[in-house]
Design a protein around this ligand. Structure first.
Ligand code: DQA
Length: 146
């Protein structure tokens, strides 16, 4: 049975490629998901992708993941820094979740240095652009197979 992995992206990440490419790179979200899907297939994993600009949409996707997913790669966007509701939803999944960011948030504005999500995640990957998602996928598969 292939590992079932939810890739969940939060607000403004639908604009990747066009939004601040000097910070987030020139790959679109479709490019990133297509590449991740191909890599996952070679590793006995299947990806389902959800992007929402709404906190409630992300919470619903996390609740739904309880019924089918083995793990979650989660980029909560700016919600990372203040959404207690998303933190609680991560806990409620009872799944291994990797918080994932394209940018190195610690090298940016002070308000991005704190995450309310990290402490309830299995781990965090940040700063590698689109490759952050690949690193998160690799770490999760190794975790699931350990
Ligand atoms: C981000 C970092 C957040 O601070 C920011 O609000 C984003 C993207 C990243 O992937 O680097 O929307 O999560």
């Amino acid at each position: 049975m292939a590992h079932q992995i939810l890739v969940l992206n939060g607000p403004n990440l639908n604009l990747l490629g066009a939004r601040e490419p000097e910070v987030y790179g020139s790959d679109t979200l479709d490019d990133i998901i297509a590449n991740l899907t191909t890599v996952a297939r070679g590793r006995n994993a299947e990806i389902r992708h959800v992007q929402s600009n709404h906190e409630g949409g992300l919470i619903d996707a996390l609740h739904d993941a309880r019924t089918w997913a083995d793990a979650v790669i989660f980029n909560p966007g700016a919600f990372t820094h203040y959404s207690i509701a998303l933190r609680d939803a991560v806990v409620a999944t009872e799944l291994p979740v990797v918080e994932t960011h394209l940018s190195n948030v610690h090298a940016r504005e002070a308000f991005r240095h704190h995450s309310v999500i990290s402490a309830v995640c299995l781990g965090v990957v940040l700063g590698f652009g689109a490759n952050s998602y690949l690193a998160a996928l690799d770490a999760l598969i190794r975790h699931l197979e350990a």
